[in-house]
Design a binder for this molecule. Structure first.
Ligand code: ARG
Length: 399
């Protein structure tokens, strides 16, 4: 049984109660880690709350740049959308947090990793599988999964033990957010027929009505600039969240398949993520050779599933990254996005190594395509189905 654990500490009610609960019920020493991954809420006061709840140490890390460079850049290169829509917001921050929990476990001589996830979600899977992959020797502790507390029980437990938890007013939704977007669950939205109430949206409020264009620059598949200004990726994403979000663009409303077998209604806001991946995929359309592009599209779904299912640290994800990185050599160029209220579309793209050949594509007099070659090509291309039709298919019914 573990003696000392590193807890991923958000500063919310559950993780604050978890600190004391693990001390009292499991006899553990608890080290709290609060990570800045670009979420809206402040981490201010977390140190006092963690120590007040009984933690022996508190560490706070600004992981925004690492999150962008090591986790979001690969996702952009992969155009990774789970079930064709969800840009994997929560699925991406978990492995990063675990990586740092493990580092702290080594620093403090801890023998376990703890998290505040329930037993019904994906995040427990990501925390634990990431930990198993990085540090198979560490024990996994999930107090919230085992204690059987309702929200009222937790509030009562906090009061009883003088645990500072801040505002405990009725929590309407379960929210998780970071640089890459925001997930909003529960409340009215547990009825998949009910429209999400206007109040759930935060990053995507329509405040700009005057259409505008934004030019995004990419270097080897990674976004490097907005309108000619070069920015570190995490700043670029932050800036783009504001620009695109102010046009009300970037909302998702979907029912998704959780790893634990539950269908779940989820709403998301991810203005920069959706705009960046739309632009990136568009740039690939002019820079990737056809077969490479087709195969990559096939693998993108697999990549997204791996990440969603908690397998960030896995040999297949690493191998897919190697393939994707190799595909990005010429994905350098610019994409023009047009923003209008509730709308974001690509209106132009260019690349120094573009495979778009005007002489081949044009219908005007500059045409260099050898039209006569097509006759024989199409005849052989269709020969197989022509033979099939005559013998077994629709053509055979005529004889
Ligand atoms: N369903 C999403 C996912 O599995 C979002 C989870 C958000 N977590 C939360 N605690 N609200 O990635």
């Amino acid at each position: 049984m573990a003696k000392r654990v590193v807890l991923a500490y958000s500063g919310g009610l559950d993780t604050s109660v978890a600190v004391r609960w693990m001390i009292e019920n499991l006899g553990l020493e608890v080290i709290c880690l609060s990570a800045d991954v670009g979420q809206e809420g402040t981490l201010e006061g977390n140190r006092e709350k963690a120590l007040g709840a009984g933690a022996i140490a508190y560490e706070q890390l600004d992981l925004r740049a690492e999150f962008a460079d090591e986790y979001l850049a690969p996702i952009i290169k992969a155009n990774a959308l789970y079930e064709k829509q969800y840009p994997l917001v929560s699925a991406l921050s978990r492995p990063l947090i675990v990586k740092h929990q493990v580092a702290l476990a080594r620093k403090y001589g801890a023998d376990g990793i703890a998290h505040g996830c329930t037993g019904k979600g994906n995040d427990q899977v990501r925390f634990e599988v990431s930990s198993m992959a990085l540090a198979p020797d560490l024990e996994l502790i999930a107090p919230v999964r085992n204690w059987g507390f309702s929200r009222e029980d937790s509030i009562e437990y906090a009061a009883l033990h003088n645990i500072p938890v801040g505002a405990t007013k009725e929590k309407l939704y379960s929210i998780d957010d970071n640089l890459w977007g925001r997930a909003i669950e529960c409340g009215e939205m547990e009825d998949p027929w009910a429209e999400p109430p206007a109040g759930v949206w935060q990053m995507t409020q329509l405040t700009e009505t005057e259409p505008r264009e934004v030019t995004l620059s990419f270097y080897e598949g990674v976004p490097v600039g907005i309108d000619g200004t070069t920015l570190p990726l995490f700043e670029l994403i932050t800036t783009l969240n504001h620009i695109v979000g102010s046009y009300g663009y970037g909302r998702l409303d979907m029912v998704e398949n959780r790893r634990v077998g539950i269908k779940s209604r989820e709403t998301y806001e991810a203005p920069a993520a959706l705009a960046l991946m739309m632009a990136h995929a568009d740039l690939e359309a002019i820079t990737l050779e056809r077969d490479l592009q087709r195969e990559k599209i096939r693998l993108e779904h697999r990549y997204a599933e791996m990440v969603y299912d908690g397998l960030w640290f896995s040999p297949l994800r690493l191998a897919l990254d190697a393939f994707i990185d190799s595909s990005q050599e010429f994905v350098t160029g610019d994409v023009r996005l047009r923003l209008e209220p509730n709308r974001c579309v690509v209106v132009g793209r260019r690349a120094p190594k573009s495979l778009y050949d005007y002489g081949l594509a044009t219908y005007d007099s500059a045409d260099r395509f050898r039209h006569a070659d097509s006759e024989g090509f199409v005849r052989l291309w269709g020969l197989g189905v022509q033979t099939w039709s005559a013998v077994q298919g629709p053509g055979s019914k005529n004889s």
